[in-house]
Design a protein around this ligand. Structure first.
Ligand SMILES: C[S@@+](CC[C@H](N)C(=O)[O-])C[C@H]1O[C@@H](n2cnc3c(N)ncnc32)[C@H](O)[C@@H]1O
Length: 348
């Protein structure tokens, strides 16, 4: 079982409402998705995305009762915009990212994500990355390996670890790597196993996690309707820094360097921060689900979209006098949008 993290907080931050349309970019076991579908019925719709084909299978079984209102796609969220165009799924009321790995992936003895089991050093979320963790460990020069472990694992002992790895090559399995790192660092001292940070670094590098997150966040904003919500749960400081900086930048009208006398950037805020302080799990949640301990939730609301007629059409469709459920709204929006365009109507 994968226990969804910050579930109540995520649903609240997304402002899930009946008839709404939502995207879960990290479907996993379908825990958050099930709650979104429950809360958005009747008439709610969900587009669920996961890079891992096995996650899609698990989620499909879990969400069977909602099969009429769900569309599950095995893709990387770095292609979010293209997916939404292909399946005509925008604008939406909310987009969720619950980053990292699910318990299904961590516990899968063949994937090599964890050093709790001996497994081949693979660590690919989907079959598409050409390079596995074993390729990196066994082919990178020592200095590059140290740099990768330092940058993506924020590991202070990166040089020592890289040196031991190079001496021990070839390293093909998780336990061989974990043992090598233990030797390099002089064994376990604190609560965290000395291999934790190196394993994180390898997973991030293999799956290009940070690049994909940056790309997806930018695309997500353009898919939100007025007051649509963007909610991101991250699990380590590198992810959280990207999310925090992105939301803070998008919540500003000007992003010129400090000291610039007149604005030259022309940047307009597209988001409003909902929770100025990051949301973290309660002690009770951490006790129940220790994997939640490092979780951080940030949320923001869309304040503009690129397309003004579209915004107006959408807000009309949501006004009290219009009886349109979640399925009919997109068609109505599109019709109004075309009418505006055809008549070049200037009603503003
Ligand atoms: C923490 S789990 C999500 C768990 C889910 N919220 C639940 O309640 O069951 C993260 C999921 O995101 C997926 N994932 C990570 N990076 C991804 C990416 N770039 N594109 C698509 N899916 C990704 C992983 O395969 C994993 O299944």
């Amino acid at each position: 079982m994968h226990i969804p993290v910050l579930l109540k907080e995520a649903i609240e931050a997304l402002g899930v409402q009946p008839g709404g349309r939502y995207i879960d970019c990290t479907l996993g076991g379908g825990g958050h998705a099930a709650a979104i579908l429950g809360q958005s019925s009747p008439g709610g719709q969900l587009l669920g995305i996961d890079a891992d084909p096995k996650a899609i299978e698990i989620a499909r079984a879990r969400l069977e009762a909602y099969s009429e209102s769900t569309l599950l796609i095995n893709e990387n969220f770095a292609n979010l915009q293209a997916i939404c165009i292909k399946y005509d799924f925008s604008p939406v009321h909310g987009i969720l990212f619950d980053l990292g790995l699910s318990s299904f992936q961590l516990n899968d003895e063949e994937r090599g994500f964890s050093f709790q089991h001996d497994a081949p050093l693979d660590m690919r979320l989907s079959p598409s990355p050409r390079v596995s963790a074993a390729d990196i460990i066994n082919t990178f020069p020592e200095t590059e390996l140290a740099h990768l472990i330092r940058t993506y694992g924020e590991e202070r002992n990166s040089h020592q670890i890289a040196r031991y790895i190079v001496q021990q090559r070839p390293i093909k399995t998780t336990l061989h790597l974990a043992h090598t790192i233990e030797q390099a660092t002089g064994g376990r001292r604190g609560r965290i196993h000395p291999a934790t940070r190196t394993f994180q670094a390898l997973r991030i590098a293999v799956n290009q996690e940070l690049e994909h997150l940056e790309a997806a966040l930018k695309q997500a904003v353009s898919l939100l309707g007025i007051k649509g919500r963007l909610v991101v749960i991250s699990y380590h400081s590198l992810e959280d820094r990207i999310v925090k900086q992105f939301m803070q930048r998008e919540a500003k009208d000007c992003i010129c360097p400090p000291g610039t006398l007149t604005c030259i950037c022309g940047h307009k805020a597209s988001l409003r921060l909902i929770n100025k302080k990051v949301i973290t799990p309660s002690p009770a949640e951490v006790q129940l689900n220790p994997r939640s301990r490092s979780a951080k939730l940030r949320a923001a609301e869309c304040v503009i979209t690129q397309d003004e007629p579209h915004d107006i059409a959408e807000s009309l469709c949501f006004s009290a006098g219009v009886e349109a459920n979640g399925w009919r709204r997109p068609a109505l929006v599109e019709k109004l949008r075309r009418t505006f365009a055809a008549h070049q109507t200037n009603i503003f």
